[in-house]
Design a protein around this ligand. Structure first.
Ligand code: DP6
Length: 329
């Protein structure tokens, strides 16, 4: 038996990935930029053993079958092909963040799985190839391989679509106050959503303007320019949701309290608080602020009607191999 354990953080996209040029290869319609979320992680142990008769997956202590297992097996087939083997694997994965938080866990999960699985099979591939591989499991997972502030270069084939770090975690003391407004599971997942993006007449315009937004966002990060980051992050989030809401069938992810927060937060900013918002494919609101304002922002959010919980996360590092046992979570 050969095994390895890796951890990876989830990430929050400031410029969003929504829609693929190629669904199978997960080649995105546009580039994206994100920040890894420190403190939150998936920890995944992968063991390959010739004695196994099939792959197995335990997720947060529950044995998975069906879709989740099939998606993982499909992904492990890619890793097996890389190392020319057909040995099955036992995968044990746990998130340290509440599943009720409705956070996209696939990014952290596939980033950790890519690193642990390749290492377990003795494949020593570099960050770029690892990011390409993670992308095949879940697009946004390619952004959880490098550390800190990360850009996914869309590329035009399997080898040219990967993520790179723009700046390390310590570059900018930003905090994502993840604001949980509703703990119900979402009804349409991202994979299905990406397939619908092209049915919106707004997607072409969103994609055509993406290089401009990426330039502004990248510069704002490099210059630590919060005002510029706030404006482009909120615009990009709303553009993605406009596409979602105008797809067929339409996807409405907002809760009434999501919208209330989207109206409130720019007001706080106008009154001097360095804060802005972005929403992924769900109702929870990621409220980004400068570290100096984090306590005040968290306090205000906790008082806001409809808010269930606020989880603060600073910029996180890259996916990493770890030695300790999974039971120490
Ligand atoms: C709205 O990476 O979760 O969070 O490749 O199908 O797993 P799959 O999709 P996924 O999509 C993320 C969509 C998003 C925006 C983003 O993270 O860029």
């Amino acid at each position: 038996m050969t095994s390895a354990i890796a951890i990876a953080h989830p990430n929050i996209a400031l410029i969003k990935y929504w829609g693929n040029r190629d669904d199978l290869l997960r080649l995105p319609s546009n580039g994206s930029i994100s920040m890894n979320l420190d403190g939150l992680f998936a920890r995944t142990q992968v063991a390959f053993d010739p004695a196994f008769t099939q792959d197995s997956l335990s997720l947060n202590g529950r044995e998975e079958t069906g879709k989740a297992l099939a998606r993982m097996t499909g992904f492990l087939d890619l890793v097996r092909r890389l190392s020319n083997t057909d040995i099955y694997a036992q995968v044990i994965s746990e998130n340290n963040f509440p599943t009720a938080a409705g956070l996209a866990s696939s990014a952290a999960a596939f980033a950790a799985l890519s690193l642990a699985a390749t290492h377990a099979l003795g494949l020593d591939i570099g960050e770029r190839d690892l990011s390409c591989l993670a992308r095949r499991g879940s697009g946004s997972a390619c952004r959880s391989i490098p550390g800190g502030f990360v850009e996914w270069l869309p590329g035009n084939d399997d080898q040219s679509s990967y993520a790179v770090s723009i700046a390390p975690p310590e570059h900018w003391d930003l905090v994502d106050c993840i604001t949980i407004v509703e703990s119900l599971p979402k009804n349409t997942g991202s994979t299905e959503g990406h397939r619908l993006a092209g049915t919106s007449p707004l997607q072409t315009a969103r994609v055509a303007d993406a290089p401009r937004r990426l330039d502004i966002c990248r510069q704002a990060i490099i210059n630590r320019d919060f005002e510029a980051l706030a404006a482009i992050t909120e615009l990009d989030s709303t553009l993605m949701h406009a596409v979602m809401m105008t797809s067929s069938p339409p996807l409405f992810y907002w809760h009434t309290s999501s919208l209330a927060l989207m109206k409130e937060i720019p007001d706080w900013r106008e009154h001097g608080l360095p804060v802005c918002y972005t929403l992924d494919a769900g109702p929870n609101v990621h409220v980004l602020c400068q570290g100096t304002a984090a306590n005040q922002v968290k306090g205000r959010l906790e008082q806001f009607p409809g808010v269930e919980q606020v989880l603060p996360a600073r910029p996180g590092g890259p996916a990493q191999l770890v030695e300790n046992l999974i039971s120490t979570l």
